[in-house]
Write a protein that binds this ligand. Structure first.
Ligand code: GLU
Length: 287
């Protein structure tokens, strides 16, 4: 068994991240397996080295040791480019030149429900552009790359994944519409980078928050398109604050760094979490 914890260094980790890391760590250790760390640092405008250092310190403080050197997404850009080139050569992605304002304007008319991740479904404006128009605009305009979902989902056929202990789940990638695989400002989207990394790291069990369960529809499709192995998934309950809402990076009071600095013993906190005892005011909920 090989599990991973993959923080994005865009803020301090909070109790919910600690819970997720602990579950992934303990699952691997309990099976005599490996626990790896990945730093999801391709969001150049928001990633900060100080948050990487803080995340490592948080994990050490909780007593969660990882195997090997942390993998950095920023050092795996070649893999992301190669996968995108492969999909491009097979006609499964297309460049999209829409700005946020363009998309908002075309969605202003009454539109269908959001996709399972809660985002608006891209209306497909750039999908029918001809080859000559694409070439000209590619040379001149900022663009992202989108998956031609109907085409990709039809090619892949029926897909499912194993949700640990709960049987098989059908994946419904088509409900997500033409998702972005490479962004204007980042060389790969979360979906593409995370799917490729989990395969390259040989992750056997992806342990992550239930807020990401909808993303697995898309990850499963990318695995099928790119010939990657499918790990088992375990989407766990989320730590919520006194308001019943799941924690966010802006919830400073719940940050692991602030608990660490206020003298809380991280190893005792980790054992309390293992025993299902959360600090006062926090609870675990399935979204
Ligand atoms: N960096 C991602 C996050 O923090 C990782 C999500 C995942 O575990 O797949 O949300």
């Amino acid at each position: 068994m090989l599990t991973r914890f993959a923080p994005s260094p865009t803020g301090e980790l909070h109790l919910g991240h600690g819970w997720s890391a602990l579950l992934a760590h303990d699952a691997a250790r309990g099976a005599g397996g490996e626990f790896h760390l990945r730093i999801d640092d391709i969001d150049g405008s928001r990633s900060r080295e100080a948050y990487v250092d803080a995340a490592l310190a948080d994990l050490e403080w909780l007593g969660l040791a990882w195997d090997g050197a942390p993998v950095r997404q920023s050092q795996r850009l070649g893999d992301y480019d190669a996968a995108l080139a492969d999909l491009r050569a097979r006609g499964l992605v297309y460049p999209c030149f829409c700005t946020r304002a363009d998309i908002a304007a075309s969605l202003a008319a009454p539109h269908g429900p959001p996709n399972p991740s809660g985002a608006a479904i891209y209306p497909g404006t750039c999908r029918p552009l001809g080859a000559a128009t694409r070439e000209r605009r590619l040379a001149e305009e900022p663009h992202c790359w989108r998956l031609d979902m109907r085409h990709a989902a039809a090619l892949a056929g029926d897909l499912a994944w194993e949700e640990e202990g709960r049987g098989m789940r059908a994946a419904d990638p088509a409900a997500h519409g033409d998702i972005v695989l490479a962004r204007k400002d980042a060389p790969a989207s979360y979906h593409l980078a995370s799917t490729l990394d989990d395969a390259a790291m040989r992750v056997t069990h992806v342990v992550r928050g239930a807020d990401l369960i909808a993303s697995t529809d898309v990850h499963r499709l990318l695995q099928a398109l790119l010939g990657l192995a499918t790990p088992v998934y375990r989407h766990h309950a989320l730590v919520c604050g006194a308001d019943g809402q799941r924690l966010a990076k802006r919830d400073a009071a719940a940050s692991l760094a602030s608990l660490r600095e206020s003298g809380v013993d991280g190893k005792i906190l980790a054992d309390d979490l293992r025993a299902g005892r959360l600090p006062a005011g926090y609870s675990l909920r399935m979204p």
